[in-house]
Design a protein. Structure first.
Length: 124
């Protein structure tokens, strides 16, 4: 689904544009604090981290990941920037915007701009 909420779009643009900070969710009301960290700490709540997704078909997308640091870096939500607009990663509208079928996107890989201390999906 295309992101049409102005506040969410501003948050996504802010996180995606930075290589040095992340957002950490505070409380349960959607608020977040800006944090400058070299590594996103383990077991420290929900973080919004910029990065890049590489689709199965090989193309790359600017991305923002909402990550649970208490669950090995599990992706809670993924947003992809397609032609300057933000989309949730798993909706039919997203694949239409990409001009591909869903099976050409999944499985995908991703890379964070600020690494996670505990990344169960990309461990060495």
């Amino acid at each position: 689904m295309k992101v049409n909420h102005d506040e969410l779009r501003r948050r996504l643009n802010l996180v995606e544009s930075s290589g040095s900070f992340v957002l950490r969710e505070v409380g349960n009301d959607g608020k977040a604090e800006v944090k400058t960290v070299g590594v996103v700490p383990k077991d420290d709540g929900i973080y919004w981290v910029g990065g890049e997704t590489t689709l199965r078909a090989g193309s790359s997308l600017r991305s923002v990941f909402r990550v649970d640091t208490g669950a090995g870096g599990t992706l809670l939500t993924v947003y992809w920037n397609i032609d300057g607009s933000w989309y949730e990663h798993d909706s039919p509208e997203t694949f239409t915007a990409l001009g591909i079928e869903r099976e050409n996107a999944f499985p995908f890989d991703w890379r964070y701009r600020v690494p996670l201390e505990d990344d169960a999906f990309h461990s060495a």
